[in-house]
Design a protein around this ligand. Sequence first.
Ligand code: NDP
Ligand code: AKG
Length: 488
Amino acid sequence: MSTFQLEQTYSNFINGEWVKAASGKTDASINPANRNEVVGHVPASGVEDLNQAVTAAKAAAKSWRKLTGAERGDFLFQAANVLERRANEVAEAMTREMGKTFPEAKGETMRGVAILRYYAGEGMRKTGDVIPSTDSEALMFTTRVPLGVVGVIAPWNFPVAIPIWKAAPALIYGNTVVLKPAQETAVTAAKVLECFEEAGLPAGVLNLVCGKGSVIGSAMAEHPDVNGITFTGSNEVGKRVGAAVLSRGAKYQLEMGGKNPVIIAADADLDLAVEGTISGGLKSTGQKCTATSRVIIERIVYDAFKEKLLAKVEEIRLGDGMSGESWMGPCASEGQLNTVLSYIQKGQDEGAILLAGGNRPDSPELAEGFYVQPTVFEGVESHMSIAREEIFGPVLALMPVDSIEEAIELANDSDYGLSASIYTQNVGSMLSFIRDMDAGLVRINAETAGVELQAPFGGMKMSSSHSREQGQAAIEFFTAIKTVFVKS
Ligand SMILES: NC(=O)C1=CN([C@@H]2O[C@H](COP(=O)(O)OP(=O)(O)OC[C@H]3O[C@@H](n4cnc5c(N)ncnc54)[C@H](OP(=O)(O)O)[C@@H]3O)[C@@H](O)[C@H]2O)C=CC1
Ligand SMILES: O=C(O)CCC(=O)C(=O)O
């Protein structure tokens, strides 16, 4: 039974205290499945609030970095336990705030628990190497030090997993953190912070400041006491954040968009490929940077694949993510819905053929939500907007080709290079794809979405700042290497 309380007022978490925005202003966080439901009221903070959080984080950094990795890890283990206990409540906040179905939200919350446990364990692992010196009397080795204060700017599409996969490694390696969540999912962020508070994290080590990205996010990028910024979101904002951080000599990491292809080879298991295309392209209403958006099919199986795909798309049930009947929820916001509808219109204007969906659903019980039908186009050419730009919605573009070579060439004809997959049973095709596909994540007989927390994650080309998040790769961003030379 749900214990979630609507319309509560949430605060920022600064220096271990829940505090209102200095201005007293709040924004209403609304449910995209029903625009009339206010999930909660969240602070509409200003730069003054951010400055207080950075001051608290800077002060806390002195003692936090002095703890052993194992001691810091204990706090993360505790936070994981609290989050696990409160998983239903946190997942419900997520579903109500951004629309993904409750099972997906619960899965993401449990992924947050696993990420915390993984990085808690990292506190006990090695942080350097001994390197032979040319001086036989000396000892030379590397060690790692934290950056100091890390700013986390997070999006709304994974409101638990992304803040945690950024904050947990930052913390374990001895940094303190100021988190700016997407304003659309600030209630969920506050609930995650409550878990860290309950875990007894020392004051100032992890702070939360909710507010507009153009105010808080950009002030964070320019703040002289924020030593590193890790960002996930749009290309446009990411580039701006990166430029601002670079200009003051601090460190940045950007994870941005994708235009991820799946290749269906002539020898693919078509049922498996259809399942992976639907799951990769339409789960979470297509709002993943790893979502499948271009479906490149060998012509010989084009009609058979299309028929099976359209039959499955037809079966998709749209609805409120809190209902056990729904497979696909709404877009996360009205703005996101309008973006998706405008791309669908552009697709038609530019000459693509609509095979399924293309509109808001007409059922009256969905009228107050930001729903869009799962949509499939064919006749899509590489120059069209729907083949080039990230839509971030449930829209698939079918593109036939005559060979695997042509498929990989078409798949690479993109400014992005985050994730890509191929369905084939031919080892030669698999190996060509692994070698020639320009993407940070290549998957064989598996959908483009779904990253594993213990493996490096990031993209090529415009998809990222060429750094990697997650797994042990995270240590590269959240620490600096010090080379030590010791001689008695
Ligand atoms: N790669 C990914 O996973 C994601 C990609 N996107 C892409 O971006 C598109 C737009 O989504 P949107 O939410 O607007 O993405 P944004 O890039 O605007 O938002 C991502 C984060 O950046 C913040 N932000 C916004 N403006 C600034 C700024 N000037 N300086 C610093 N931080 C800022 C946002 O704050 P706030 O929103 O609170 O104002 C949010 O916390 C989507 O359609 C999709 O294509 C979006 C989300 C995730
Ligand atoms: O596919 C996933 O699990 C992660 C996707 C992601 O990182 C994103 O959408 O921002």
